[in-house]
Design a protein around this ligand. Structure first.
Ligand code: CA
Length: 329
């Protein structure tokens, strides 16, 4: 087995606060002996669980990077028991470019796990995280939003798992995060996801979709900030009282939750995020972008529920995702 070329510039197991990088050699035209430097902070105090907190798995999703940088600046070792490993920009090349996928190898990090020590840049980062960081963690929180092309109702999510004890622990952690919505999430394409890797290692895993459209808002960042604090309290790492508000429980029972576009054109949404839609009702219609005198094509919900995610750009392509219809529990 090839060893990871990634070397942390700080100790991962020392007491106190350490800010540094995961240094990945990356020889290229503009820097023959250069490196990809992925920011990391480790805060540790005494015995206790380890939380791994990650953001920018996709480079154009911003609540995680903001809330986790703030946490790294503000969390004091004396406030915790155990360890918090913070990786706000885990996909640093994509984050630096403001893109979902890495501009270096074109890879989608969340389809590249468990990675390869001798692979591309993205595969090497995935391999280090999966083989060095995840095994040290008891609980993992990976921040997502919709990026430039999707927008979501703000939710925390956990997955249905074969191991029901692990599944219960994941759902309890999702409830602790206490986003405005809590989703039992179905993935349409879970091979290679960070989620799948962490869950396969038997860890407690929570993910989020806090907004999107390639930016963040005061509301979505505050949801991230509160969720981190609640989760660290829930994990027994941070002392204090959780801040708990009402959360709407949503389910994604099957693939009928997803609506995809079967035409290209100019999309007009007929339903707002969070609004209820009945089975067979249109959530959007697509006008031609190149001619007059043609009726728009309707995109209909194949089940009733609330619109939990949508496409962002005004133009839509054949095969694009149009909407996620989640079911209220
Ligand atoms: Ca994402």
């Amino acid at each position: 087995m090839t060893e990871s070329p990634i070397v942390p510039t700080i100790p991962l197991d020392a007491q106190g606060v350490h800010h540094g990088f995961l240094k990945l050699p990356h020889s290229r035209d503009d820097s023959a002996w250069g490196a990809v430097m992925i920011p990391i902070t480790v805060i540790a105090n005494g015995e206790g669980p380890t939380a791994l907190l990650t953001g920018a798995n996709h480079g154009d999703e911003y609540e995680g990077p903001i809330a986790l940088q703030e946490l790294a600046m503000s969390l004091k070792p004396a406030e915790i028991k155990g360890r918090v490993i913070i990786l706000p920009m885990m996909n640093l090349p994509a984050f630096a470019a403001g893109t979902r996928c890495s501009p270096i190898d074109g890879a989608n990090m969340n389809r590249s796990f468990p990675g390869r020590a001798d692979g591309t840049v993205t595969q090497k980062i995935c391999h280090f995280i999966a083989s060095v960081l995840v095994p040290q963690a008891d609980i993992v929180l990976d921040f997502h939003s919709g990026g430039k092309t999707l927008d979501f109702l703000p939710f925390a999510a956990a997955h249905v798992l074969e191991d029901k004890t692990q599944e219960a622990a994941c759902f309890a952690a999702m409830q602790a995060f206490n986003a405005p919505y809590s989703v039992r999430m179905l993935e349409i394409d879970n091979v290679g996801m960070f989620d799948t890797e962490v869950e396969a290692q038997g860890k407690v895993f929570v993910t989020t979709e806090l907004g999107g459209a390639g930016t963040s808002s005061p509301r979505t960042v505050s949801i991230a900030r509160k969720g981190i604090r609640n989760l660290l309290i829930h994990a027994g790492i941070l002392a204090g009282e959780m801040e708990v508000a009402e959360t709407v429980q949503l389910d994604m029972p099957d693939a009928r939750c997803f609506v995809f576009c079967e035409v290209a054109g100019l999309v007009e949404y007929l339903v707002e995020l969070g609004e209820h839609v009945g089975e067979g009702e249109p959530i959007a219609r697509v006008w031609p972008s190149d001619r007059m005198g043609v009726q728009p094509i309707e995109c209909r919900a194949s089940r009733s529920g609330i619109l939990a995610a949508r496409h962002v750009p005004g133009l839509i392509k054949l095969g694009d995702f149009v909407g996620l219809i989640a079911v209220e529990l």
